[in-house]
Design a protein around this ligand. Structure first.
Ligand code: SF4
Ligand code: SF4
Length: 472
């Protein structure tokens, strides 16, 4: 039985409900009257149900699809303006006891170099990331209770927050580790993590079990119910995601939105972020062996439909995608991107030797952070290094209620300008700095409140004089 309030995976991600949703969407994909009604509802910016969203995803009428894309762009602008939040992944260890068939870290891969960073190595990596200008990290580790116990992750978080090098600081550590216990989630919360991210990979139970043949991750229910345990452990910002290409995308899309509805129904707060990775080439992994790959146009439609279905949820895209694809998706709804990323264990402080490759997937966007920042500004975006909400305690339902009241924008825009200014002062190349300073002057005029504009102007001067870390 489908029940969004249930705590049982197979009831809140209910297979029959998904099949019925897909049949309903298929039946109505040319139903103009219904599609118009759903688009009108989406225009109210309160989101859509998974059934409504599935109809829009299937819609095959060109004019209606143009409307859907235009609405996604408009909602993106209204909620996120032209700001793009920057982050970088930091891989701590690629030891893993799972058998995920799409990931090169799977246990049976005997030729990939296995590495685990020591605390000293983490320091070097973090200093290198700080020297690039990053303030926000996503920690990644494989699942291995012997090599990567929770104590190791907690110690690493402490190390990362403790490093103050020149004007650098990591101000928000998001964590992407395997599904774990309420007790461990509580420890992560106490360690001061930002978002807990866990990709579902696929919502289709049968496929999930085939794709995860061995190891603790094989347990579909334990994995799917992880966010509920995380919230029980006090983590109120959680990040969902599926790995597109493993299963039929329509199925994943419905499952993803049902998961978001479940979190809202049970905990009163939906996901903080949704990530949209696609299967990529990697050591031991050939993406063509997964026959559910999606083309760029379908991918763009998925992003647009997620954007209008959950307007308050940030959307993340990584360097798995190339610059061209990223640019298109930025218009349609993406609010966070990584830049200058390494997907190997180590590699920021010194490049990995070729015969010791430990990366999780091939990076399609290999530009430096400075190049990505300059590129974003040339395209009219404000790269933001803001981490203010988490540090001001605006998480979970406090964040969502501010966001739903449209208040977040009064913080985001000024914070973006001030953190960009810090970046320009401390890390940018002369060309990027020139571009950025001009952009800041222009964007100051877009702060509607005169008092706030004045404060920002004063603070920009103080940043030039060497002070750091202002926020609203
Ligand atoms: S996806 Fe995660 S759990 Fe699976 S093999 Fe890779 S690192 Fe391990
Ligand atoms: S003010 Fe909050 S929501 Fe806005 S960019 Fe900063 S951290 Fe994100």
């Amino acid at each position: 039985m489908y029940d969004p309030k249930s705590l049982k995976a197979e009831e809140f991600i209910n297979h029959e409900e998904i099949l019925e949703t897909l049949a309903y969407a298929e039946k109505n994909k040319s139903n103009v009257e219904l599609i118009d009604k759903i688009i009108a509802k989406a225009k109210k910016r309160k989101g859509l149900t998974h059934r409504e969203a599935a109809v829009l995803l299937d819609c095959d009428i060109k004019e209606k699809n143009d409307e859907i894309f235009a609405l996604a762009e408009q909602i993106k602008k209204d909620f996120y303006g032209n700001r793009i939040v920057m982050f970088a992944p930091l891989y701590l260890s690629n030891y893993c006891i799972n058998g995920c068939v799409y990931c090169p870290y799977h246990l049976k891969n005997k030729h990939i170099a296995r590495k685990k960073l020591t605390q000293e190595e983490i320091k070097r990596e973090v200093i290198a990331l700080q020297d690039m200008g990053h303030k926000r990290l996503a920690l990644e580790t494989g699942e291995d209770p012997q090599n990567n116990p929770i104590e190791y992750v907690l110690e690493s978080i402490k190390t990362i927050y403790g490093i103050k090098h020149k004007n650098g600081a990591i101000r928000r550590v998001n964590v992407n580790i395997a599904a774990t216990t309420v007790e461990n989630y509580r420890k992560l919360k106490e360690a001061g993590i930002g978002t807990y991210i866990l990709f579902q990979e696929t919502y289709h139970k049968g496929s999930y079990e085939k794709l995860h043949p061995t190891g603790p991750k094989h347990n579909y229910a334990y994995h799917t119910e992880a966010m509920d345990r995380a919230m029980e452990g006090g983590i109120d910002d959680v990040g969902l995601g599926v790995l597109f290409g493993l299963e039929l995308y329509r199925y994943e899309f419905a499952g993803l939105l049902m998961h978001a509805e479940h979190l809202e129904a049970v905990h009163g707060v939906g996901p903080h972020t949704i990530s949209v990775p696609r299967v990529k080439k990697a050591d031991d992994i050939d993406p063509s062996t997964f026959d559910n790959g999606i083309d760029d146009n379908t991918f763009a439609k998925i992003v647009a439909c997620i954007r209008i279905s959950v307007p308050y949820t940030g959307m993340i895209i990584s360097t798995r995608e190339n610059a061209k694809c990223r640019e298109r998706l930025l218009h349609l709804g993406i609010s966070q991107i990584s830049g200058g990323s390494k997907t190997s264990v180590g590699g920021y402080a010194e490049p990995e030797p070729e015969d010791e490759c430990s990366e999780q997937f091939d990076v399609s966007d290999s530009r430096t952070l400075d190049q990505v920042v300059a590129w974003l500004m040339e395209k009219g975006y404000i790269p933001s290094f803001c981490t203010a909400c988490y540090r001001e305690g605006r998480t979970g339902d406090r964040f969502m209620s501010l966001c739903k009241a449209g208040q977040i924008q009064n913080c985001c825009h000024p914070n973006a300008l001030m953190t960009l200014k810090e970046y320009l002062e401390d890390y940018a190349s002369p060309e990027t700095r020139k571009l950025g300073d001009a952009l800041i002057i222009k964007e100051l005029d877009n702060i509607p409140n005169e008092k706030v504009r004045q404060i920002v102007q004063e603070r920009l001067g103080k940043i030039e004089a060497g002070e750091r870390d202002f926020r609203f």
